[in-house]
Design a protein. Sequence first.
Length: 324
Amino acid sequence: MTTELAFPKLGIVLELDRLAFSIGPLNVYWYGIIVVSGILLGYFYSNKRCREFNVSSDSLADYLLFSVIGGILGARIYYVAFKWDYYKEHLNEVLSVWKGGIAIYGGIIGALIVILILSRIKKENPLNVTDCCAGGLILGQAIGRWGNFMNIEAFGSNTDSIFGMTSPAITSYLESNMDALASCGISVDPAMPVHPTFFYESMWNLAAFIIIALFTKKRTFKGEITLLYLALYGMGRSWIEGLRTDSLMWGPFRVSQVLAVVLTLFAVCVYVIVKKKQSSKSLSSYFALDEPTPLLLKNEEETEKNAQKLTEDAPDGEEESEDK
């Protein structure tokens, strides 16, 4: 079943269908395809650069597998917790993730808990792991937001900007939730275009990914890329969340907006403290890099070249013996 989505000032009208295809009774939706694509592309990026963080490719695969599980659980628990007034009366729907209702910050918290536990088991520094995953995560988020586009969700309040969008689905949602939104101080006109906040966040995350990707080789301490991620994503989310009409609320506060501001301030403060300790040469070994990343990569490349040269220079008889 298709739904119209229009951008009046851009002269664009689209017919969207949430359903990508069906295999017998199984329906496969674009949202799932896009989110999984974001996860995989984010993993491929992090895997490409994992040596720069002293994280092996095999370990990264383990972290990905268990973090996805922890992330889904965390995202659902976070959502249900702040919608408890509804779910306490509908306990049979608590696990119904397919009906919608996950929160990215809950997913990040769930994945972080998994990384902390798994890194302890593997006896690895978790900051190396989170630094390695930060770029892939923000890339996955930039891609995943287009799943909201296909579902026509995660949009904002009214706007007269060039990006304003309209849809029967948006009109229906606003009409059904006008009173609830008004109680939160959000006044809407269902007939007017709304902010495509999913698009804003996708573009912000893409810009953040580029910054993180360029900054990675300049990393000076463990956890620096993680702090950069928290600050960049938090700054964007704090203002974008303020435009949305589907925010999780805690009294008069938008939960994710408050959390975004807190994490941004936390990241900036920790960064300043660590840099001061680094300049005074009192930085804990927990944060200090094991060795300069470029040197690590150079040594690995030289080792590979030497091994290849030894193989090429080996006598024919020795090569045949090794092949056997």
